[in-house]
Design a protein around this ligand. Sequence first.
Ligand SMILES: NC(=O)c1ccc[n+]([C@@H]2O[C@H](COP(=O)([O-])OP(=O)(O)OC[C@H]3O[C@@H](n4cnc5c(N)ncnc54)[C@H](OP(=O)(O)O)[C@@H]3O)[C@@H](O)[C@H]2O)c1
Length: 329
Amino acid sequence: MATFRALLVEKTDDGFTRRLVEREERELPEGDLLIDVRFSSLNYKDGLSATGNPGVTRNFPHTPGIDAAGVVLESADAAFRPGDEVIAIGFDLGMNTPGGFGERIRIPAGWAVPRPEGLSLEQSMILGTAGFTAALCVHKLEAAGMTPESGPVLVTGATGGVGSVAVMLLATLGYTVTAVTGKESQHAFLREIGASDIISREDARAGADRPLGKETWGGVVDTVGGEILFNGVKSLRYGCSLAACGLVDSPAIPATVLPFILRHVNLLGVDSVQLPLDQKQVIWEKLAGPWQLSGLEALKAPLTLETVSDAIDRILAGDMVGRGVLTHG
Ligand SMILES: NC(=O)c1ccc[n+]([C@@H]2O[C@H](COP(=O)([O-])OP(=O)(O)OC[C@H]3O[C@@H](n4cnc5c(N)ncnc54)[C@H](OP(=O)(O)O)[C@@H]3O)[C@@H](O)[C@H]2O)c1
């Protein structure tokens, strides 16, 4: 009987508990690919899943982990063979389908991309959904016209997963980056990964009652939502764009139409979860090629199945720095 280890979240009368368990492969759902998961990574959404957020996970007991990179053990799809190295992020993985915080997953072939040449399985998980989303934000901003000449780019939630990869990627691509952080202790880290300027969350939130801000940013990658997001929109230079991907501060936006009709600016939505696989592949190929990040290992916070539960509490408290990478085995 084939068994594997997994973090299991269970619903009890007192809330949600987490423990390490042995599971059997036959307990996994139907699917084309049985994958030996070598690496996963911790994302904010895993914290939501592990604490029973019904917008993420409704069925318990459950194994979170919206990211997985590993080796195909069994394939019912002609596109993959045993031994193939694959990356799976998004779709239902780790939401209501057992995810990468288990040593095995079984998923539809349509959720997996072959590991691109130029990116190791571990590097793909240092990036993970967060890094992929940072790249998707930059991709969408550039498609809307952003270039290094547009002006400095603001990144909010900058020490977090999406934020830290966005800072590093933008700096690598020649952009001048201003980072917003609530962590005074991490200014040196932010400068090391490419931030030229740093502002506090309080400063980023200030002036939320004003109709417009000074035209400052050539682009914004926003991971937090709320007042900070709309202050970003109000301070874009004429015709520039903000990519919105997160809500750690608030899903609500205190908005008026003024920046849109007076400054011709754009608010761009970014979703990495349901993004069609062919478009996911384009972003992975970029990250493995022209957008390869030489300093990526600096973002890695190593995790194991034994330590991931504590890290879940830290990410929910906004205390993680960089990318938590879970190595199995
Ligand atoms: N749209 C998508 O497809 C997609 C994909 C991935 C992630 N996301 C979303 O993006 C967001 C970030 O994800 P993540 O994995 O990067 O999370 P994370 O690692 O926890 O990073 C979030 C960062 O935001 C800052 N922050 C925390 N609480 C805050 C608050 N109340 N106000 C302002 N800033 C705050 C913190 O950075 P500082 O201390 O440096 O300020 C924190 O490290 C989440 O909302 C996640 O759900 C969306």
